[in-house]
Design a protein around this ligand. Structure first.
Ligand SMILES: C[S@@+](CC[C@H](N)C(=O)[O-])C[C@H]1O[C@@H](n2cnc3c(N)ncnc32)[C@H](O)[C@@H]1O
Length: 278
């Protein structure tokens, strides 16, 4: 199975809801609270085809989308082409791995990782990513991780999870079929996903459109909190919804808002902060 999200770039856009309502308001409010500006822009890591990054730029913020897949970036650039010139001018895309991305001279006010994508990194990748962000954020900058509280279902294998997408593809319905495997020893939750185009009403033949695998490394909210603290962040707030409700076992989201801890973590207190490159 290919593991490049570019395999499903076009389908991703018809599968995922647009970023609007509480979700769009949440990211806008975070950008404002973090003091986002042209000098200290917003950075979205694992920005995909721009679903969230574009919504934030439409609210008036300067946004850099960092994304591993060139084909996802190509979709994002294609989507931005329809935007007013001023909005387009506030958007930039960087093809890079979020665990090793080099921000150069940019000191972002807000870095966020939406929609569970932080868990696309393994343990080591997550820690490398946090260490890099700790050094790159502007003074008083914010990091927001948008995850979910795993439930027993997330630790249970299941084959053939099927779902019709809400929107059609070239006039035909799209069926998504997922085989899910969780490996406790490595904390790998692997999803093999296949998309079929079907004539749903007439029961016509199904043709495969695309397939890919993605692997998440989910953790309970307490573990995420600990990981942030160990990496030198101070968690300022935790939410279970984009409307800022509390995290409960069945909450749709587990969102962490963190700032760089000043001297609260003794082993990090004396560590010199990296200087931005000249
Ligand atoms: C679920 S999509 C999320 C896209 C977008 N954030 C959203 O909310 O719609 C995950 C994206 O993360 C990207 N990705 C996976 N691993 C990555 C990495 N190590 N660095 C940067 N992007 C990565 C994938 O290519 C994919 O486009």
């Amino acid at each position: 199975m290919p593991e490049d999200w570019g395999e499903v770039a076009a389908l991703y856009d018809i599968e995922q809801p647009s970023c609007r309502g509480d979700e769009a308001r949440f990211w806008h409010d975070e950008a404002v609270a973090a003091g986002a500006s042209s000098e200290h822009p917003v950075v979205e890591l694992a920005a995909g085809s721009g679903r969230v990054a574009i919504a934030v730029a439409r609210k008036g913020h300067h946004v850099i989308g960092v994304e591993l897949s060139g084909r996802m970036i190509a979709r994002a650039v294609g989507r931005s082409a329809r935007l007013p010139e001023a909005t387009r001018g506030r958007l930039r895309w960087i093809e890079a791995d979020m665990a090793t991305v080099d921000f150069g001279e940019v000191r972002p006010s807000l870095v966020f990782i939406a929609f569970n994508s932080f868990w696309l990194l393994d343990d080591e990748g997550q820690d490398r990513c946090l260490a890099r962000l700790r050094d790159a954020l502007a003074p008083d900058g914010r990091l927001v991780l948008d995850l979910f509280p795993p439930t027993e279902q997330d630790y249970t294998d299941e084959d053939g999870i099927t779902q019709f997408l809400g929107r059609r593809w070239h006039g035909r319905s799209v069926l998504r079929v997922k085989d899910y495997r969780y490996d406790r020893a490595t904390n790998r939750a692997s999803s093999d996903v296949r998309y079929y185009s079907t004539d749903r009403d007439r029961g016509g033949p199904a043709a495969i459109l695309a397939q890919f695998r993605y692997v998440l490394h989910p953790e309970a909210p307490e573990r995420v909190h600990e990981r942030l603290t160990k990496a030198g962040f101070s968690v300022q707030a935790r939410y279970g919804t984009y409307a800022r409700g509390p995290i409960e076992p069945e909450s749709p989201r587990a969102i962490f808002i963190a700032t760089v801890a000043r001297t609260s973590v003794p082993e990090l207190a004396d560590r010199p902060r990296a200087q931005p490159s000249a």
